[in-house]
Ligand binder design. Sequence first.
Ligand SMILES: Nc1ncnc2c1ncn2[C@@H]1O[C@H](COP(=O)(O)OP(=O)(O)OP(=O)(O)O)[C@@H](O)[C@H]1O
Length: 285
Amino acid sequence: MQPETENTSTGPMPAGKTLSDEDTLLRVRGLQKVYQTDAGPIEAVRDLTFDLGRGELACLVGPSGSGKTTLLKCIAGLMNVTSGEVILDGQEVTGPPKRMAVVFQEYGRSLFPWLRVDSNVELPLKNAGIDKAQRRELVQEALEAVGLDHVPRSYPWQLSGGMQQRVAIARAIAYQPEVLLMDEPFAAVDAQTRADLEDLIRSVWKKLGVTILFVTHDIDESVYLGQRVIMLSSSPTVIQDDIDIDLPAERTQLETRSAPRFTELRHHVYEQIQAAKQGFRPDGD
Ligand SMILES: Nc1ncnc2c1ncn2[C@@H]1O[C@H](COP(=O)(O)OP(=O)(O)OP(=O)(O)O)[C@@H](O)[C@H]1O
């Protein structure tokens, strides 16, 4: 789905795309995060405003230290905002919302080594009080979706890095989230596995209709995966740019990445990130 966008920002700060109430699942408004440290306050995120449409797959890129993880933690309700708000389906986020799942980069640390693959995937469902029969069904479906239904009884440490990350993805999707937040989930796997996981995410997204916000350092990955790419400025962070990725919905690693339009979009995102790194800020501060 590609919701119709309507930029309703009227303030002086540059803002991401905002949508009508009907199309919006997640709303971020004027989000600011200041960390209080012994060395004084650190303003990691200054002013972020954007909406995510229902069923949208948006990628978020920005220079190192631009606050991508901070933003994701605020959206996930794992951290309080200093000012501004995060609204999920009309409700302000003040703690981890039920219908949201997060996949982090460090799959090694996010899976329990003493639990088998199926038990790792099942655990959040147990905690949510879902009955056994339904849990079994959800675990089986999720393992099938990520191509791991042949190793349910293995331990995570018996699997490759890419397979472990697929277990983490299966755990997130078994939970049937409305929103899936992914923080550099493929940073620690090799290039070939990474390409396979990118295709896996697009197929899971299409199949389940889940809304995804995907953080990555990798500009090509953001263009290949996303329907939209949101670019962050350097810290203290505002939105540098927010563009639609008008590539065909059917994407393949070989054809999509060699399409002239892919190169143009990649060039644009690259230019913006370079500008951000050199300190260019759309708010002119
Ligand atoms: N717990 C914390 N306490 C104090 N400062 C923090 C904390 N976490 C992050 N920061 C600071 O906030 C800023 C943004 O950090 P954050 O990790 O969100 O950026 P990032 O874009 O995810 O970085 P990277 O791309 O390198 O992973 C940085 O200056 C960082 O040092």
